[in-house]
Design a protein around this ligand. Structure first.
Ligand SMILES: *Cc1c(COP(=O)(O)O)cnc(C)c1O
Ligand SMILES: *[C@@H]1O[C@H](CO)[C@@H](O)[C@H](O)[C@H]1NC(C)=O
Ligand SMILES: *[C@@H]1O[C@H](CO)[C@@H](O)[C@H](O)[C@H]1NC(C)=O
Length: 568
């Protein structure tokens, strides 16, 4: 049969084809196996590595504690979401926000609001009158030195000069250097002057920014981009003292940099260097130290951090936003100081706020780099935009040239001696307040200074009284001091307006502390469990809400606060 003679062949063919297909499939199977194994091994390596660095960084005890804290937060979060609890908490939160609103947003029949454009513009006189009224709204008296930090101006005369500088450069914008050459020149000179204050080496560079936060954001961005481009780091991490300014946490959120917080333990309240060393791993892109930090005014051990950074070839940012023009001049003003600047070879970037103790108008700061190898990574350059080749040094596009003029005028008007004399007054006043708390019998038994502050901030806590009650009582006397948490404390950041008010501050602090002591004595005598009948705002926010393991209530309150700021 013709067909039958062909069948065996085709069968053979079929089986041959089949077997080659089988071989191919088998090969494929083999490849799949290999792939699966490779993927699995990579997975194992990745997680072993993660586990290794977690254990290296936090130790077994620390890791168990991290896990415990995580579970506690999660469980508390579940508790907060239980039907009965949730409505109760929500109504409490809304009530607090409403209270805040009543305090911040003027209301009632007498209050005029402008929420649409006036059809015809107001007369100049009308605007002037309205501005004067706005300026005169009832407020905590910063003019009389009642506010800690916040207002860093350098005196009436300097304010006038800044106004003039503003007037001359109101329309200018450094984005057009050919149109506003004077602004470009002033900006470059501001950076050069600040560099010279911080012992910058040959080749050091910098940029100006809109404030300390932007300076810090830029330093973190530059470190992240550098590590990505030079070492291929795709999961960046940075190591912060827990007391470092919160702008670093903001940078972590904005730029997806994982943050490791390192404890700053009593009695020195400086960052724990051994913990920093342990946390360094191949993903680390930046180490951070403060000179000094915001909460306690303490200068971290920058020489120690510098040694670690140098040894591990990592960038180290020193936050001198607050120290600004005080810390570089401490020695010249005759005060004790500690090394913190580019003289230490591990320090690669420094942020310095000209708008704090540089007395420049608000909206001005600088970030300095040891060399252009760091600065170039913060630039934004877009070569192919239809709008033209675009390059900008920092976050902003258009920028106010008037601020640059105001800043430049302040620096050259004050001069080194002007800043040294301001340093005398400010640091001297800090030491006066510190001395009162440490030595006056009315204060020293109940209030304790945190660490050894050397610059403008003095923080204190109380082992015996509720420190937040003291903050609230000071608030009632017209003082705005800063409340701190973990540990509960308050601080005074001395500014020029506070210098003249310091004696009154000490007198009021003595009075308030005596009253608190009296209340505490009564409470103990009556055997009451709770500290006081009615809590003030600070005590409620930090003492009650702040003590909860899951801070989502505080987050809700803070969000409500931000919303309130935009209620017309
Ligand atoms: C004020 C401050 C900053 C930056 O704050 P801005 O309000 O953005 O200028 C950063 N670090 C410290 C220690 C500060 O005190
Ligand atoms: C805290 O509680 C909130 C709301 O109940 C929840 O959304 C959040 O995930 C909790 N946080 C943690 C870390 O578990
Ligand atoms: C001042 O602040 C503005 C932005 O607010 C910034 O563009 C400018 O560069 C700053 N200038 C100086 C001298 O710090």
């Amino acid at each position: 049969m013709p067909g039958s003679s062909r069948l065996p062949i085709s069968l053979r063919e079929v089986s041959a084809r089949k077997s080659s297909a089988q071989v191919r499939l088998a090969n494929l199977g083999l490849n799949l196996d290999v792939i699966r194994n490779v993927v699995f091994i990579l997975f194992l390596i990745r997680w072993t590595r993660k586990l290794f660095y977690q254990l290296k960084g936090r130790g077994i005890g620390g890791s168990v504690f991290d896990l415990y804290a995580y579970i506690r937060h999660a469980l508390y979060g579940v508790f907060l979401r239980l039907p009965g609890v949730r409505t109760k908490v929500q109504s409490q939160v809304s009530e607090s926000i409403l209270k805040l609103e009543r305090k911040l947003v003027p209301s009632g029949p007498g209050v005029e609001r402008t929420i649409t454009l006036p059809k015809d513009g107001w007369s100049t006189e009308q605007v002037r009158k309205a501005l004067a009224d706005l300026e005169g709204m009832e407020h905590t008296r910063w003019e009389d030195g009642r506010v800690s930090g916040a207002v860093y101006h350098g005196g009436e005369e300097l304010l006038k000069l800044q106004e003039e500088a503003f007037g001359k450069f109101l329309v200018s914008n450094p984005i057009h250097p050919d149109v506003f050459p004077g602004v470009r020149k002033m900006e470059a000179e501001v950076v050069a002057m600040v560099l010279s204050l911080f012992n910058a080496p040959e080749g050091a560079v910098g940029v100006t920014t809109s404030g300390g936060t932007e300076s810090i954001l830029m330093a973190c961005l530059s470190a992240r981009n550098k590590a990505y481009s030079e070492r291929g780091v795709t999961e960046p991490e940075m190591i912060l003292p827990e007391t470092a300014h919160t702008a670093f946490r903001k940078a972590g959120e904005y730029f997806k940099i994982k943050i490791h917080l390192v404890a700053c333990k009593a009695p020195a309240y400086k960052v724990d260097l051994r913990a920093v060393s342990r946390l360094v791993n191949p993903n680390t892109v930046l180490l951070v130290g403060s000179a000094p930090n915001f909460p306690h005014g303490i200068i971290d051990d920058i020489p120690g951090l510098s040694r670690i950074a140098h040894k591990k070839k990592l960038p180290l940012h020193v936050d001198c936003c607050l120290g600004s023009f005080l810390i570089p001049l401490l020695t010249k003003a005759g005060f004790e100081s500690e090394p913190f600047d580019f003289k230490l070879k591990g320090v690669t970037s420094i942020s310095c706020d000209t708008h704090k103790y540089g007395f420049a108008p608000k909206g001005n700061s600088t970030v300095l780099y040891r060399s252009d190898d760091y600065r170039k990574y913060q630039y934004f350059i877009s070569p192919d935009w239809p709008g033209g080749v675009y390059a900008s040094p920092s976050i902003a596009g258009s920028r106010p040239g008037a601020l640059i003029a105001g800043c430049w005028a302040s620096l050259v008007r004050q001069g080194e001696n002007g800043y040294i004399s301001a340093c005398h007054k400010i640091v001297g006043t800090m030491k006066k307040i510190e001395g009162a708390i440490r030595e006056m019998p009315e204060l020293c038994t109940d209030l304790k200074v945190i660490g050894r502050p050397l610059v403008s901030v003095v923080a204190f806590h109380s082992p015996t009284l509720d420190i937040y009650d003291i903050a609230d009582a000071m608030g009632e006397k017209g003082w705005h001091l800063n409340a701190l948490q973990s540990p509960p404390a308050i601080h005074v950041a001395v500014t020029i307006p506070i210098v003249a008010a310091a004696d009154k501050l000490i007198v009021d602090l003595v009075e308030v502390t005596e009253e608190a002591r009296e209340r505490e004595r009564k409470r103990i005598a009556e055997g009451r469990g709770h500290k006081g009948p009615v809590k003030g705002d600070t005590a409620a926010l930090y003492g009650v809400a702040g003590s909860l393991p899951n801070k989502s209530v505080v987050v809700d309150l803070a969000k409500g606060f931000l919303d309130t700021l935009y209620k017309a």
